[in-house]
Design a protein around this ligand. Sequence first.
Ligand code: GTP
Ligand code: MG
Length: 201
Amino acid sequence: MEIHSVSFVKSSAHPRECPPMDKPEYAFIGRSNVGKSSLINMIVGRQSIAKISSTPGKTQLINHFEINEEKEPWYLTDLPGFGYAKVSKKDRIKWERTSRQFLEGRRNLMCIMMLVDSRQKPQKVDLEFMAYMGEEGLPFVIVFTKVDKLNKTERAEFQSAYTAEMMKQWYKMPPVFVTSSETKEGREELLNFFEQTNLLF
Ligand code: GTP
Ligand code: MG
């Protein structure tokens, strides 16, 4: 797939403000700072269409980007991060309600891209969130981020360690992508995935 252009559509505070559900859509979700916005920029090949920050919790709104290529246009969606310790309980509950409403009500959502930091051990919040998606029957894949930060040995080990933890809860692993926004590793694989999945819309 060759992306011709990408445009920012809008930021929405609530699912009902989101653009029409008329195109295939992929939502990027994961803990604050995991690299959601960076990965979107890497995929579309634009430095800073999605805002990146070293301060966790930067993305507070649902941000829609429209991708134009040779075939029909589709959406990439940057969702607010979760699991940031400094967020108040009230804001955390609000995040949960908004995200669930979005994920459960967005009928054009082809797949949820669940981002996980490849340098960290499986985190409870992540495993819980995947369990929730499983229970709701929401389709998702795991996208490991920041793999450029691992050395050879760590690279060989992290995926099997993660799989072992997942298998305590699941019968089978969801599809997995290994990525780096720094080196563009995983970009082709993701674009192929979007291209194939768009056909099912
Ligand atoms: P929130 O919007 O706060 O939820 O964060 P986010 O998930 O959108 O993360 P963001 O893309 O803003 O990246 C957070 C930090 O990680 C930034 O300092 C990025 O430069 C860094 N980062 C993101 N992806 C990578 C990567 O693939 N490799 C490396 N080395 N750093 C990365
Ligand atoms: Mg972000």
